[in-house]
Design a protein around this ligand. Structure first.
Ligand SMILES: Nc1ncnc2c1ncn2[C@@H]1O[C@H](COP(=O)(O)OP(=O)(O)OP(=O)(O)O)[C@@H](O)[C@H]1O
Ligand SMILES: O=P(O)(O)OC[C@H]1O[C@H](OP(=O)(O)OP(=O)(O)O)[C@H](O)[C@@H]1O
Length: 219
């Protein structure tokens, strides 16, 4: 498999845009959009292999070299801080990290008034860093999804989560009171593969860069 190029694709929100981009870059993406439970797609003729992963597992597959390249959100890259090469900002999958509170609690207050409170998040590293930089001490509670539920049932006073349209916050009577940073999808590489498979990887990276460079950032 030394000459194969293996690309890890995230299932979920980034999947369609990822497949479209690779197709635009001239790679064969046959079968990837079919409704299927297959996790590995091999194209012997082109020396290409795609693996379909959970978005949060992409950095692990790439760091260990199980995939040479991967597509993953900057939010996940920052949270996991794995040893990856970040090659291209793909300009899709835009979302932003915020601190959000119940509307009733937030009214007329600023964040500093919520010191020593509990924060629910899927992103404990991002949350801890943010509050440390603010000189605040909070208790971070790690959840794996539906973070907006935590304040509603008294598990936490506030949340750190990603927001795109803002609909989930609104429909759960939460309001963002601080922006942390924005994130988009990135093309990442395994360090060793980037050197050993440079002849295959670099033309693809150049092509992807030229495709995305004039595109608007979008969610
Ligand atoms: N509402 C959103 N709008 C736009 N992009 C988003 C949104 N939510 C997440 N993203 C981006 O898409 C990536 C994948 O999100 P998705 O919801 O598909 O998977 P996930 O549930 O976070 O992953 P996992 O199943 O591994 O926990 C996120 O890491 C982020 O970069
Ligand atoms: O601002 P919006 O457009 O409403 O999007 C924000 C929601 O999207 C993400 O959740 P996701 O759908 O990934 O589910 P999760 O709660 O299981 O992480 C995020 O955690 C928010 O809940």
């Amino acid at each position: 498999m030394r000459n194969f190029l293996t690309i890890a694709l995230p299932k979920g929100k980034l999947y369609e845009d990822s497949v479209d981009l690779l197709q635009e870059a001239g790679l064969c993406t046959e079968g990837l959009k079919e409704d299927s439970r297959k996790m590995v797609f091999t194209n012997e003729v082109e020396g290409l292999k795609y693996i379909i992963c959970r978005p949060t597992d992409i950095p692990t597959f790439v760091e260990y070299g199980a995939a040479d390249l991967g597509i993953v959100g900057k939010d996940t890259i920052v949270e996991q801080d794995k040893d990856l090469m970040e090659l291209v900002d793909l300009r899709f999958g835009y979302c932003r990290f915020v601190v959000a509170l119940p509307e009733v609690t937030a009214q007329g207050r600023d964040l500093s008034q919520f010191n020593h409170r509990r924060v629910a998040t899927k992103f404990p590293y991002v949350a801890e860093n943010f509050f440390r930089q603010r000189g605040m001490q909070v208790e971070v509670i790690k959840l794996h999804g539906n973070i907006e539920l935590a304040p509603a049932v008294g598990l936490a006073d506030m949340i750190v989560d990603i927001v795109s349209t803002g609909r989930t916050l609104r429909e759960n009577q939460l309001v963002a009171i601080e922006d942390i940073f924005g994130a988009t999808a990135r093309l990442v590489a395994n360090r060793v593969a980037y050197r050993l498979k440079h002849q295959k990887i670099q033309p693809l990276v150049d092509c992807v860069r030229s495709i995305v460079k004039d595109k608007e950032v979008r969610s």
